[in-house]
Design a protein around this ligand. Structure first.
Ligand SMILES: [Zn+2]
Length: 325
């Protein structure tokens, strides 16, 4: 392959049989460093063979995947005492960085005053290009009893100061949860979360009536769901579909086939019990994902000065008190 390679290019090299992103240090002597190891204490240097170079993505590659390699070049690290090292994997306007640092400082002050900052400094904070539908994530890891937590931030932009504060307060709340909130209070948050999920059972008669209607209907179960069923009934039908999938390993096509040719058998197999779970979001829709997100949303809403439900306010008060001890 004839390829022009220059110093400071990123290239994908077949290294130990695997495509590997490398950063070229010296094109003449074919010296490069494995990009992934650049952020570690011991960057791994290699001498590549030209025939092993799969492609050259230049000195400033876009983020993405090439040959199955994640291309998200590491740029630099900002060392901070309070928060831990901030590793940058994206272009960052000085203005954005300033806005982010200001938000981190002000959120830190709020946590320090009201709750605790014992979960800081983190092992690493990553600033990444926009990825997926969420703006951040928190990875709690213990190695030989020590915390190696990583917070990843990947919003569209860091130029919105209000959003920065919300985002950091949310991700810090995960740190607080893992490192400072005592178990008895975690249980209290589980109860607060469960209160917002309403489980109701669908009775046998209801299910029998539905079965009768579906068998009489000229069409598939999915058509029935689309054209006849009301919103509440749609949830019941979804549960019926789940039941067939789970206990009879039947797809909705299988159900429709049986409905058309042996509806009596289908009626015999029809479920006699079903549970519905309805959510009652009173913080954010996202808060109902699980108890940790519920906690993180509550805490970040609290710090942004929004009014929270009474029981949640009390939970926060008790939690902060316990964290300060
Ligand atoms: Zn979260």
């Amino acid at each position: 392959m004839s390829l022009t390679i220059d110093k400071d290019d990123y290239i994908i090299v077949r290294h130990r049989k695997k495509p590997t992103l490398c950063f070229v240090l010296n094109a003449k002597s074919c010296r490069a460093v494995i990009e992934k190891t650049l952020q570690t204490d011991e960057p791994e240097h290699i001498t590549y063979e030209l025939e092993d170079v799969l492609c050259n993505v230049g000195p400033n590659p876009l983020d993405g995947k090439i040959y199955g390699c994640d291309v998200m070049p590491y740029k630099r690290t900002i060392e901070t005492k309070k928060f831990g090292p901030i590793l940058i994997f994206r272009d960052m306007e000085p203005k954005e960085l300033k806005a982010l640092q200001a938000a981190m400082k002000s959120v830190y002050a709020m946590y320090e005053k009201q709750a605790s900052v014992d979960f800081l400094p983190l092992y690493q904070i990553h600033l990444c290009p926009k990825k997926g539908k969420y703006a951040g994530s928190y990875h709690a890891k213990l190695k030989v009893g020590e915390a190696f937590d990583i917070m990843k931030l990947h919003p569209d932009t860091f130029s919105d100061p209000i959003y920065n504060e919300y985002l950091i307060a949310h991700e810090f709340a995960h740190g607080l949860w893992f490192r400072c909130v005592p178990l008895n209070l975690r249980v209290r948050w589980m109860n607060l979360y469960q209160k917002r999920l309403k489980l109701s059972s669908v009775n046998e008669q209801h299910l029998a009536d539905l079965c009768h209607e579906v068998v009489r209907y000229e069409g598939t179960l999915r058509d029935y769901m689309k054209e006849v069923a009301e919103d509440e009934e749609k949830l019941v039908i979804k549960e019926v579909l789940n039941y067939f999938k789970r206990y009879h390993v039947m797809s909705s096509d299988d159900i429709d086939l049986m409905l058309a040719h042996d509806s009596g058998k289908l009626a015999d197999m029809w479920p006699t019990r079903a549970m519905l779970s309805e959510t009652r979001p009173d913080i954010s829709q996202y808060s109902l994902k699980n108890v940790e997100e519920f906690f993180a949303e509550a805490i970040s809403y609290h710090f942004s000065g929004r009014i929270l439900p009474k029981d949640v306010q009390k939970g926060i008060k008790a939690t902060f008190l316990a964290c300060r001890k």
